[in-house]
Design a binder for this molecule. Structure first.
Ligand code: AMP
Ligand code: MG
Length: 591
């Protein structure tokens, strides 16, 4: 069968030359699918379609060939429009020529039925009535549709890094909270603010092993009238000249006492002689740390060991927290072999599986990992055996196949699984072919297979979604200074450049391991907050790591930050102020 396929961002002409040799055909069948002005009960102005032209063209051809084996026709012509298509205009034209009408009608019907399912052309969004069509999406005047499938389709303008982050944040909504034991709650996000149920400490307590006496009792010699251990509760009023033996942490018997350290007394039976009085009363007063009702740990806090210790102190043993996430991760690519195998020429060891597993350590979750065959049909059937795991997953990650190569089917696969694609490329280096999709409360990412892109996309995109789903704080950019100059050719996309972040005080670099650096003092790029003591106390210093391609991996040995290098930036001087993303998972802290 003679086949002609076109994808175009222009209006499809009113009259199209029918396919097939005139005279050799008995039926010319033409079909136009037109954009309706109503969708799901609301009036719309246009629909926006997006496609990978090469892949869409190839799949249309394959589909037509398959169907024509059952319904032989002479010729078929398909023109699919992409970009913004105003209501009332043609989204798809199909012309079929055959000796008799039966085959043509059957071929057309089957083709249209299967088009949506099998061909990677996506309805990206409906544009509401009254919305303005932006300049680049203004409908084009009808043309004679010369463009061939390859290269003629437009995709929507690429998302910037900030747009992509904002979109991920707005679409990754907090999953319902659950109650968990303290041990289970480690690393989860607290979803209620915990307030002090009573004063802390609840009573005056001794901070020393010694003797409690009235704070203003000037006697030199005292009678020891009782002993109070840490576990005792023995309220009594002390008289002048009376002392009580107390242990560290013991609840004092009444108000207004001080504790003389045992090192500062001489004891003879029940008699006590005070040798020295310190200025300190050695008493932790009731409520001196916190008053009843004051907030202790705020909702949105990632529960680290310290926060859990506070909850234990106040007896909150079942806090309301984010659920443990269920994450499903598939690698793709027939070239991938497990790390313990020796790759044959053309093969490559799978590093993304362990990378993802390691990065997810920072988020309490159950991770299941698998591999999908490179052929779309085989991948679909592999997936269909895992429907329940997929249906239960809060997050689906697919490594590789996110771009526009012949075998890159990740987007089509996510569509097949019911995910609406929010974007499929971003204006970023490395990591341009990043796909983000949503299906109800579930999110999916198609991550570019190259290890460095993987690393970058995880940190700014996946980590943002995980924060959203758990109700936590998304990754934040801070301000820092380059520790050396950046020589780069101007690049048209914004770059997230792998770096080593350290804390510099004068000429000394402190390692940015958790606890070493005063995070509060790093300028916060999100709020514009400047560290007031920057000059005196130090500065975030960023060492640029060498990398040449998104296929690089060795810079990950040292990377604990990503620096934002603006698009078309021809280089930055030593000491230039830059925005950077500290990588909590690489530092070990819960930033
Ligand atoms: P793709 O995104 O599928 O086009 O893959 C881009 C590059 O990443 C190719 O060179 C792949 O071999 C490589 N790649 C894909 N998956 C992995 C993986 N799991 N581990 C290491 N490299 C990978
Ligand atoms: Mg691949």
């Amino acid at each position: 069968m003679e086949i002609e396929i076109q994808l175009t961002d222009r209006a499809i002409a009113e009259t199209i030359l029918p396919p097939g040799q005139p005279g050799a055909v008995g039926a010319w069948l033409e079909f136009r699918g037109v954009v309706r002005s109503e969708e799901n009960g609301r009036t719309i102005r246009a629909l926006e379609y997006e496609a990978y032209p090469e892949m869409a063209g190839r799949e249309i051809r394959r589909l037509l060939q398959k169907i024509s084996a059952r319904h032989p026709c002479r010729a078929a012509k398909v023109i699919h429009r992409v970009g913004v298509i105003p209501a009332g205009e043609t989204a798809i034209y199909v012309g079929v020529a055959s000796p008799h009408r039966g085959e043509a009608i059957a071929l057309l019907a089957e083709f249209m039925d299967r088009l949506k399912q099998d061909v990677p052309i996506w309805k990206r969004r409906a544009i509401a009535d009254g919305a303005r069509l932006c300049a680049e999406h203004q409908p084009q005047r009808p043309s004679n549709v010369q463009a061939a499938a390859a290269g003629s389709a437009t995709t929507a303008a690429l998302r910037s890094l900030d747009e992509a982050r904002a979109e991920i944040r707005s679409r990754s909504r907090p999953l319902p909270a659950v109650r968990a034991s303290l041990a289970e709650a480690l690393g989860r996000v607290l979803r209620e603010t915990i307030c002090a149920p009573e004063d802390l400490p609840p009573v005056d307590r001794s901070t020393r092993d010694g003797y409690a006496i009235h704070a203003d009792d000037a006697s030199k010699t005292f009678s020891v009238v009782d002993t109070i251990h840490a576990a005792d509760w023995k309220p009594r009023q002390l008289k002048t000249g009376e002392a009580v033996r107390v242990a560290t942490g013991a609840a004092l018997p009444c108000k207004g006492l001080r504790v003389v350290m045992q090192e500062h007394v001489e004891r003879d039976g029940d008699k006590l002689h005070v040798v020295r009085r310190e200025n300190s009363t050695n008493v932790r007063l009731r409520s001196e740390e916190v008053r009843q009702g004051q907030p202790l740990v705020s909702a949105g806090t990632k529960l680290h060991a310290g926060a859990l210790a506070i909850l234990a102190t106040v007896g909150n043993v079942n806090p309301l927290v984010s659920p443990r996430l269920r994450i499903l991760h598939f690698t793709t690519g027939d070239e991938i072999v497990p790390p313990d195998k020796t790759p044959k020429p053309g093969q490559i060891r799978d590093s993304n599986s362990i990378l993802i597993r390691g990065l997810l350590q920072n988020f309490p979750c159950d991770v299941e990992q698998g591999h999908l065959p490179e052929d779309f049909e085989r991948a679909k059937s592999a997936i269909s055996n895992q429907q329940s795991a997929i249906g239960n997953a809060d997050v689906l990650l697919v490594s590789g196949g996110a771009s526009v190569g012949e075998k890159d089917f990740t987007r089509a696969l996510l569509e097949q699984l019911g995910f609406g694609i929010v974007f499929s490329q971003i204006n970023l280096r490395p990591g341009r072919p990043l796909i983000f999709g949503v299906n109800g409360s579930r999110v999916a990412f198609g991550l570019p297979g190259n290890p460095l892109s993987h690393f970058v996309c995880f940190h700014f995109a996946v980590a943002t979604a995980l924060a959203g789903l758990t109700g936590g704080q998304p990754p934040k950019f801070f301000r820092g200074q380059l520790a050396e100059k950046l020589d780069d050719k101007p690049y048209p996309r914004e770059t997230l450049w792998p770096a080593r972040w350290e804390w510099r005080v004068g000429q000394t670099f402190l390692s940015a391991s958790s606890g070493d650096f005063p995070v509060a003092c790093a300028d916060n790029a999100n709020t514009g907050q400047e560290c007031p003591a920057n000059q005196q106390t130090g500065m975030s210093a960023l060492h640029l790591l060498a990398w040449a391609s998104s296929g690089d991996i060795t810079c990950l040995a040292a990377a604990n930050a990503l620096i934002r290098v603006p698009a078309n930036c021809a280089g930055l001087s030593n000491g230039a102020k830059v925005d950077f993303l500290p990588l909590a998972a690489m530092i070990g802290g819960g930033l």
